[in-house]
Design a protein around this ligand. Sequence first.
Ligand code: 9MR
Length: 380
Amino acid sequence: MRLINYGFLLLCSLIYLGCGPSTADVSETASNTESAPSLGAVYAPNFYIGAAVNRVQLDGTDSAGLAILEREFTSITPENVMKWENIQPEANRFEWDMADAYVELGEQQDMWIVGHTLVWHSQLPDYVKETTDPDQLRTYLEEHIRAVAGRYKGKIDGWDVLNEALNEDGSYRESVFYKVLGEQYIVDVFRLAQEVDPDAELYYNDYNLNNPEKREGAIRIAKLLQDNGVRIDGIGMQAHYNLNGPPISQVRNSIDAYAATGVKVMITELDLTVLPNPWDLEGAAVEQNFEESEMMNPYPGGLPDSVQIRLADRYEELFRLFLEKHEHITRVTFWGIHDNQSWLNGWPIRGRTNYPLLFDRQFKPKKAHERLMQLAANRD
Ligand code: 9MR
C-alpha cells in the first residue's frame, strides 16, 4: 500500500518551479537525469504518473528500465504478471513469484500499486475459456478473485476488476463470461472484489473509450453497478493512441461523461504509435504479411527529428487536456518504460521498431519528456 510522501514530492516540484532551472534551461538539463526533477514529482500535485512493468524489470534483467521507473514514476501496473494465465495457469495451481515481486517493488518505492486484471477474456487459460456450465464458471471466478485479491488485500491500491468487456458499438463482448453468465457476471465480480478487499479502488478498464458508442457502453456498466449498490471507483481509458488520433475533443467528452457518472477517470495504458497501421491502408488486407516490409517499418535506425517533434506535440496536447481535467483524473500510466520494451514493437506486425514512449532505446528522456516537464512548470 502506497504511503507517498506528498510533502517531499511537492517540495521537489516547487524547487523545480521556483529555485530550480528556468524553463529555458530544461533542454540542457533534461539529459542530466541525475539532477533533473522527475515527471512523477512535477505532476504529483495533479495525478500519479505510472508505468507498466514486466518480468524483465522484476527479475533485474532490465536494470536500466528499473532505474528509470524508480526515478520517474509514482505508480505501477503489472503488464502481464497478474493475468489469469500467468497467475493461475491451471485450476488451483497458482504462480505467485512474479506477482509477489511486483507488489514488493511497489511497496518498497511507495508507489500507487494497480492490480491488472482480475477478469479478462484474453490471456485466459483453456480450462476457463472452455467452461460451459454456469455454476462451474461462477466457481472459477469466485475462487480466482478470492485467491488473487485476497493475497494482496491491503497492498493493491486499485484493481482493474474487469477489462475490455465491450465491443466497439458499446454492446457486450461475447466473452465466455457474458455468453455463459450474461450481464450479471459484471455485478458479481465487482461485488466480490469489494467484499474481498474493501479498501481497494475498483475499476472498469477498456480501450477506445473515447469512441462515443463505446463510451455509452462504459457508462452503462458504471450505472449497472451503481444501480445494484456495488461500488465502482473509476473508469480506465487505456489510451493506445497515435500521432493523429483520436481527436482531443473525443477524449475530453469521454472524461467529462465518465466524471458525470460520479467515478474517477484514469489514463491507464498510454502510448502513441508512430508507425503505419495496416488497418489504415486502403485496400490492404489486414491478414497480409507485413513482416520485413520496409514501408510498414520506416524507422529501423532511429526516429527522424520531424517525427520526434510530432510525438512531443501530441503528448503535450494530451497532457494539456489531462491538466485541464485534473480534478477528475487520478493517474496517467504509460504502457511501458522505454521504447525497447514496448508491446508496439510486436503488434499489430511483428519485428518492427516503434517509438511510443517517453524514454528511448538508450534509456534517455525524449523530446516529449522535456515538453511534459515544461508544461508542468508553466501550468496555472
Ligand atoms: O502489453 C501486453 C503484452 O505484452 C501482452 O502480450 C498482451 C497479451 O494480450 O497484453 C498486452 O497488454 C494489454 C493489456 O493487458 C490490456 N489492454 C491492451 C494491452 C495491449 O494489448
